[in-house]
Design a protein around this ligand. Structure first.
Ligand code: S3P
Length: 448
């Protein structure tokens, strides 16, 4: 399969030397998308430092331009956005093509769907399979007209926003920051208070950034794990400075690679430690990982720290379902770590993995099969039976246009007896364009 028309390009990882060095992974993908989007919705100039220049985020930048923002690329990671302002969006002349990006497309549906313009959303073969009904349902309640959609509420789809968006109270049907964010972003262009209730707290970057740009957002606890987030409509958003911290979901790959590759010691600098994103670190520590957090500090409104990790013997653990929202993108690489652990690791409540860039539960299981790792899926749980020794490896993994499947199994290959191959590595650029050179810099043997 190919990505965005490009030829598929297989990548192989084989065991070699220990990994050593100090690296910085690119800017956080969630925050990068949001900084451009709020830049579009603000009046005045937004200056962004450390933007992730991956394909997903660049698609959002193009969509923001199509809706009326002026965007200037000053230097690597440094961007400026001159906003169109809430209510000031223009109708895009072309289809908004989001490529592989679920976050970009879903958040922008909330933005465009709350303005009286017609906008068509599309994407690659992976995005065309992903459910958008979860975004369309609340938008329809807010007055958006779904002009057309592909079967089952998928892209390509066309929205026409209402003259006046209706503020609603919405309980999200899944623990999803994308649903929450789409509704809050739509609520910006409404005359009243929009409230999103979530049963389990998900990443809160939208709420934090809305406040940073001048909106009034209140957050209250809801039930045991949830939150109710309310936004006052029609705020005056003002362009702001945004510093994008390093992405913990990208840091996960060098971290796990160092843990499973004998003799390794790696420092990953300035990784965001927002507690709604650090479930993987919690889990790896429970498994016995030697990970030290040093130099904790504040960077642009988020906490960050340097993570020093050493190769460690790991042990199987039970990962509660309640932790899933804080590590939802990290299960593929956690399954890799679990393959090297002694004993079984049970990862509970993974139903949302079925609707990611690929059906990640199926993709991970197929990858584990290709590596000779014993595992089971029981309902929504994945159980990986580790022996405490490196898996045999030697297989080829079908990536299904899923960047995190590709990176997770390349990490596995670095410490498996016979290495691992992925059928395509081109889509890694969606979130982590420097993955291959950065891993090589640490000593990883990755080849075409
Ligand atoms: C994201 C939310 C998560 C996550 C995705 C990024 C976001 O998706 O998997 O990579 O930036 O809001 P869901 O909201 O579907 O859980």
């Amino acid at each position: 399969m190919s990505h965005g028309g490009a030829e598929a390009s297989p990548v192989t990882a084989v065991p070699g030397s220990a990994l050593r060095g100090r690296v910085r992974v690119p800017g956080d993908k969630s925050i990068s998308h949001r900084s451009l989007i709020l830049g579009l919705l603000a009046i005045g100039e937004t200056r962004i430092e450390g933007l992730l220049e991956g394909d997903d985020v660049l698609r959002t930048a193009r969509a923001c331009e199509a809706l009326g923002a002026a965007i200037i690329h000053d230097a690597p990671g440094r961007w400026r956005v001159r906003g169109a302002g809430i209510g000031g969006l223009v109708e895009p002349r072309d289809v908004l093509d989001f490529g592989n990006a679920g976050t970009g497309s879903r958040l922008m549906m909330g933005v465009a769907g709350s303005h009286p313009i017609v906008a068509t959303f599309d994407g690659d073969a992976s995005l065309r399979k992903r459910p958008m009904r979860r975004i369309l349902d609340p938008l329809v309640r807010m007055g958006t007209n779904v002009v057309s959609e592909a079967e089952g509420g998928r892209v390509p789809l066309t929205l026409r926003g209402p003259r006046e968006t209706i503020p609603i109270v919405y309980e999200t049907p899944a623990a999803s920051a994308q649903i929450k964010s789409a509704v809050l972003l739509a609520g910006l262009n409404s005359p009243g208070r929009t409230t999103v209730v979530e049963q389990a707290a998900t990443r809160d970057h939208t709420e934090r950034m809305l406040r940073h740009f001048g909106a009034t957002v209140t957050v209250e606890p809801h039930g045991g794990y949830g939150r109710a987030i309310s936004l006052e409509g029609h705020p005056e958003l003002r362009g702001a400075e945004v510093v994008v911290p390093a992405d913990p979901s990208s840091a996960a790959f060098p971290l796990v690679a160092a843990l499973i590759t004998p003799g390794s010691e790696v420092i990953v600098e300035g990784v965001m430690t927002n507690p709604l994103r650090t479930g993987l670190i919690t889990t790896l520590l429970e498994m016995g990982a030697e990970i030290e957090q040093t130099n904790a500090r504040d960077e642009g409104g988020e906490t960050v720290a340097d993570l020093k990790v050493r190769a460690s013997p790991l042990f199987g653990v039970d990962v509660p379902a309640a932790r899933a929202p804080s590590m939802i993108d990290e299960y593929p690489v956690l399954a890799v770590a679990a393959s090297f652990a002694r004993g079984s690791t049970r990862m509970r409540g993974l139903h949302e993995l079925r609707v990611k860039e690929s059906d990640r539960l199926a993709s991970v299981a197929a990858g584990l099969d290709a590596a000779g790792v014993i595992h089971e899926i029981e309902g929504d749980d994945l159980i990986v039976h580790g022996t405490g020794r490196a898996p045999l490896g030697g297989g080829t993994v079908a990536t299904h246009l899923d960047h995190r499947i590709a990176m997770a199994f390349l990490v596995m290959g670095l410490a498996s007896a016979e290495g691992m191959r992925v059928d395509d590595g081109t889509m890694i650029t969606t979130s982590f364009p420097s993955f291959v050179p950065m891993m090589r810099e640490l000593g990883a043997a990755l080849s075409d």
